[in-house]
Design a protein around this ligand. Structure first.
Ligand code: KIV
Length: 275
């Protein structure tokens, strides 16, 4: 079997249409979170298909416990930076807690701000049947929407913690119903987070829109990871995460080497000084 490189798909800008084609051809695709220009540029050039400006910015950049305090203004600020670094990747902005829960009108207003003020090409919001009307209204305003069902971190208090969803007959039926509701409402894709792998497979087989898994098994049409988790930049990540690099260790070693050279007057040397 030949190995397909991510760069094989690198030529054209990714669109909601091209993702639908990828699903129908059975070609997996990739999404990573990004929160700034530098990493957006690196991931874009590496052939990552979608960049999600996640509200996980709260956990991995701001250092807060949950995603709940992240504001719409903060995510618009980060989305603007990511958009500047993305030439080919499709940029999806995450609607933070409080920016769509009041009702559909509020949801449309927030989504439009992401497009107008930050240049996002799509928005993502958490929930199934409960937010279906909001998804419908945003789509009617011509803003593509990505759904997010299963473990939805903005519901941490209602769920009583971060728990795998979709276990047992009732839990399973709920996640399936939510995924169907998101598709029915007009979303172009749906994130499946924290569900058993066989449920991820079942939903992916049933839905016409692409599924993007995070802790949802290998059968999803695409996979997403939080960049800090997969680059080894944070504390110990959840068990479904694979770390592809240990940037935290590299950064620590570099900082120690810099400090050692400064205190021993080795840096700056002549080569790193102006004449
Ligand atoms: O905010 C985020 O990073 C997300 C991913 C976990 C999908 O929503």
């Amino acid at each position: 079997m030949s190995t397909v490189t991510a760069s094989a798909h690198r030529e054209h800008r990714v669109t909601v249409r091209s993702l639908a084609q990828r699903k129908s051809r059975g070609e997996p695709f990739t999404m990573l979170t990004a929160y700034d220009f530098s990493f957006a540029r690196i991931f874009d050039a590496a052939g990552i298909d979608l960049l999600l400006v996640g509200d996980s910015v709260g956990n991995v950049v701001q250092g807060v416990e949950t995603t709940l305090p992240v504001t719409l203004d903060e995510l618009i600020y980060h989305t603007r930076m990511v958009v500047r670094g993305a030439r080919r990747s499709l940029v999806v902005a995450d609607m933070p807690f409080g920016s769509y829960q009041v009702g559909p009108e509020d949801a449309v207003r927030s989504a439009i701000r992401f497009v107008k003020e930050a240049g996002a090409q799509a928005v993502k919001l958490e929930g199934g049947s409960l937010v279906a009307e909001s998804i419908e209204r945003i789509v009617r305003a011509q803003v593509p929407v990505m759904g997010h069902v299963g473990l939805t971190p903005q519901s941490v208090n209602a769920m009583g913690g971060y728990r795998v969803q979709g276990r047992g007959d009732e839990g399973r039926a709920q996640v399936i119903e939510d995924a169907r509701a998101v598709q029915e409402a007009g979303a172009f894709a749906v994130v499946l987070e924290g569900i058993p792998a066989d449920l991820g497979r079942e939903i992916t087989a049933e839905l016409q829109i692409p599924t993007i898994g995070i802790g949802a098994g290998p059968a999803c049409d695409g996979q997403v990871l939080v960049m800090h988790d997969m680059l080894g930049l944070g504390d110990s990540p959840p068990s479904f995460v694979k770390q592809y690099a240990q940037l935290g260790e590299l950064a620590s070693d570099a900082a120690k080497a810099f400090a050692e050279e400064v205190v021993n007057r080795k840096f700056p040397d002549a080569m790193h000084s102006y004449r």
